[in-house]
Design a protein around this ligand. Structure first.
Ligand SMILES: O=C(O)CCC(=O)C(=O)O
Ligand SMILES: [Fe+2]
Length: 209
């Protein structure tokens, strides 16, 4: 007689297991090549195309804040991605995200049933000051997810490091292409250091309802 668990095939994924153990021990995980070079090229092309189409709008903090205050805190330009209207590159992206989300839900019982993702461009001389990815009165964001879409020749001197503020050290992460950083949204304060070359990424959140 087969039990319920035998009826649902489960294949252990060593990369996802590493991500889970990293997050449970240190609240963040870094995967250097979560996306392949080809996938990064396709996603970067998609981002730049939308940027050229002038679809971007200035990012907003929370709901309503004045423009000067916003610029003093963050200077990125963002474009939300609607998963119902996606191109080929974005489909590749969401296939991987959904696979990871399903694995997390199955193994960690996180109850993630919502997500939101946006493209981001940090123009020269912009940054995002130290912050936490949760809004007041809204604790639905569980995991923050950042994926870098810079070109292969990205150099540390270009700036734009992500700094995670941990208890005993500051973890400095360079935004090399294909790299993904996942961290606990409600736990880790972080910052994007000023960039001196435009910096491209996709940022998003896995959320509970
Ligand atoms: O781009 C990054 O490295 C982090 C972005 C970020 O902190 C945010 O959008 O909330
Ligand atoms: Fe953030």
């Amino acid at each position: 007689m087969s039990s319920l668990f035998e009826a649902i095939p489960f294949v252990e994924n060593s990369l996802y297991e590493r991500v889970i153990s990293d997050i449970s021990s240190q609240k963040y995980s870094i995967v250097d090549d979560f996306f392949s070079e080809e996938e990064v090229i396709a996603l970067r092309h998609s981002l730049l195309l939308k940027y050229e189409e002038d679809a971007f709008k200035k990012s907003a903090i929370g709901n309503k804040t004045n423009e000067l205050v916003k610029k003093a805190v963050r200077g990125d330009i963002i474009l939300w991605i609607d998963e119902n209207v996606i191109n080929f590159a974005e489909e590749l992206f969401f296939n991987k995200i959904n696979d990871l989300k399903d694995y997390l839900n199955r193994t960690c019982f996180l109850g993630i049933n919502q997500k939101e993702f946006h493209y981001a461009i940090y123009p020269k001389d912009t940054f995002y000051k130290r912050h936490l990815d949760t809004f007041q009165n809204d604790d639905r964001r569980k995991l923050s997810f950042v994926c870098y879409l810079n070109s292969e020749d990205w150099k540390p001197e270009n700036g734009g490091e992500l700094v995670l503020y941990l208890d005993n050290e500051d973890k400095i992460i360079y935004p090399f292409p294909g790299k993904v950083v996942i961290f606990e949204s409600q736990e880790l304060e972080h910052e994007v250091k000023p960039v001196n070359t435009p910096r491209l990424s996709i940022t998003g959140w896995l959320k509970t309802r």
